[in-house]
Structure formats: C-alpha cells, structure tokens
Design a protein around this ligand. Structure first.
Ligand SMILES: [Zn+2]
Length: 122
C-alpha cells in the first residue's frame, strides 16, 4: 500500500492527505494542491497551531504574490506612485498586525492576572 502524503492548497489553505498526487485537487478551489515536504507521520504529530503555522509559512514561501505584484507594477510603468501606494498598504497591514499582536499579549496578561487572583482567593 502506498503511503499517504500531505497536500495543501496555495489559494485557500485547505489541506488533506492523498496517496496519489493526481487526487490532490482542492475541493473548494478545484486547484491542484501542493505537496508538503514533511512526512505524513511527522505532520500528524503536530498540533493544530503548529500545522497552521507551518502551512502559513509554506503558502507565503510558495506564493510571493505581493512581491510579484509590486515588481510587475514597477516593470509595467515604473510609476513611483504605484510603488508608494503599495508600500503604504504594506505598512498599514503591518501596523494592523502589530495591533492584533498587542491585543493578544494584553489578553494573555489579563487572563493570567485573573487566574492568579482566583488562586490567591481560594
Ligand atoms: Zn483551495
């Protein structure tokens, strides 16, 4: 019997296990899925979060669409404005991401304090 392999969709992030590469087609996007360079068994050992992180990194690595878009605009017209707008958009997204990270840190802190209080009152 052939071993299962992990495949994932570059478009939507869906992943599944297949024996044959020809079966690895995303059911949502009907796109050919990409083989993950990690043995099935190792992937199964990861928890949900680790899988998400690994696949996110793989998708970014295989889909440099942001970079392509910026250089495409550059090649097409060499418009300083286009580059500036795209750079601003990236800054905006990075800023947003930073805020989200800060919120998570703050939530962790708050939850931690609640647990501490709970413990000291019992
Ligand atoms: Zn998909």
């Amino acid at each position: 019997m052939r071993e299962l392999s992990v495949y994932y969709c570059l478009k939507c992030g869906y992943y599944a296990y297949y024996q044959l590469p020809k079966n690895a087609v995303c059911p949502k996007c009907a796109e050919k899925m990409k083989l993950l360079e990690l043995p099935y068994q190792k992937f199964m050992d990861l928890d949900c979060e680790e899988r998400d992180e690994l696949l996110s990194r793989e998708i970014l690595r295989n889909c440099p669409s942001v970079v392509t878009r910026i250089t495409a605009a550059h090649k097409a017209a060499n418009h300083r404005e286009t580059i500036a707008i795209l750079s601003a958009k990236i800054n905006e997204l990075e800023e947003e991401n930073k805020k989200l990270n800060e919120t998570v840190t703050w939530m962790h802190q708050t939850i931690w304090e609640m647990i501490q209080k709970e413990r000291s009152s019992t």
